[in-house]
Design a protein around this ligand. Structure first.
Ligand SMILES: C[S@@+](CC[C@H](N)C(=O)[O-])C[C@H]1O[C@@H](n2cnc3c(N)ncnc32)[C@H](O)[C@@H]1O
Length: 189
C-alpha cells in the first residue's frame, strides 16, 4: 500500500488542491525552491496565473530551473520582491489561493528568513487580496534558528481574525516532541 504523506507541506497541498482549479490566480508569498509554486502552476494550468515572491536571487534561479524542467507552458511570474509588496502586483479580492511557507530557504542561509513584523504585514495584505472562498495557507515553524517570535505573532494574529469574516483552522502534530511545525488555513467567507 502506498505510504501517505502527512508532512506539513503535503498537508497544506491537500487543501490547495481543493481550492485551486484550472484558470485560478494564485500567489506564492515565499517561493524558496519552488515546490509550492510548481504545485500551484500545475493546478492553475495554462489558463491560470501564479505570482511568486522571494527576496533571494537563489530562490528565483532554483524555481525557474524547476519550472522550466517540469512545465511546457509559462503561467508564472517570479518576482525578486518582498511579500510586503504583493499588493503592487495583484488586485483586491483576486486570488483563489495564497501560500506562505515561513522560515529560511532550505540549504540556504538561516540568517535570511521571514520575520514576525513583515510576515504579519504580508498576511494582512493576503486577506485583502483573497477572493471570497479563497484559501490562505501558512506553514509556521519555530524553535532552533527560527525562534518563537514569528510563530507567536502569527498565531496571535490568526486568533484575532473576525470569525464572521474568516474561518481559521490549525492542525497540530500533537504527540510530536519539541517544536513541531503548525499548518494553518484561513478561508475568506
Ligand atoms: C521555507 S522557504 C519557502 C519554501 C518554498 N515554499 C518551497 O517550496 O521551496 C522561505 C522563503 O521565504 C523567503 N523570504 C524571507 N523573507 C521574505 C520576504 N520578506 N518576502 C518574500 N520572501 C521572503 C526566504 O528567502 C525563503 O526562500
Amino acid at each position: 500500500m502506498e505510504k501517505k504523506d502527512y508532512q506539513i507541506t503535503a498537508w497544506c497541498r491537500r487543501m490547495m488542491r481543493e481550492h485551486v482549479s484550472e484558470g485560478a490566480f494564485c500567489i506564492d508569498a515565499t517561493m524558496g525552491k519552488g515546490n509550492d509554486t510548481q504545485q500551484l502552476c500545475l493546478l492553475a494550468g495554462k489558463a491560470g496565473k501564479v505570482l511568486a515572491f522571494d527576496i533571494q536571487e537563489e530562490a528565483i534561479r532554483e524555481t525557474r530551473r524547476r519550472l522550466e524542467k517540469t512545465l511546457d507552458y509559462c503561467n508564472y511570474e517570479l518576482l525578486l520582491e518582498s511579500h510586503t509588496h504583493m499588493e503592487r502586483y495583484a488586485k483586491p479580492e483576486s486570488a483563489d489561493c495564497i501560500v506562505f511557507n515561513l522560515g529560511y530557504l532550505p540549504g540556504g542561509s538561516h540568517a535570511v528568513a521571514t520575520k514576525a513584523e513583515t510576515t504579519v504585514e504580508a498576511l494582512e495584505q493576503g486577506l485583502r487580496l483573497l477572493k471570497r472562498n479563497g484559501l490562505m495557507s501558512v506553514c509556521i515553524y519555530s524553535g532552533g534558528d527560527s525562534g518563537y517570535e514569528e510563530r507567536d505573532a502569527v498565531l496571535a494574529w490568526l486568533k484575532a481574525l473576525d470569525c464572521r469574516k474568516y474561518l481559521v483552522m490549525l492542525t497540530r502534530y500533537y504527540n510530536r516532541p519539541n517544536d513541531p511545525p503548525i499548518p494553518a488555513m484561513v478561508i475568506k467567507m
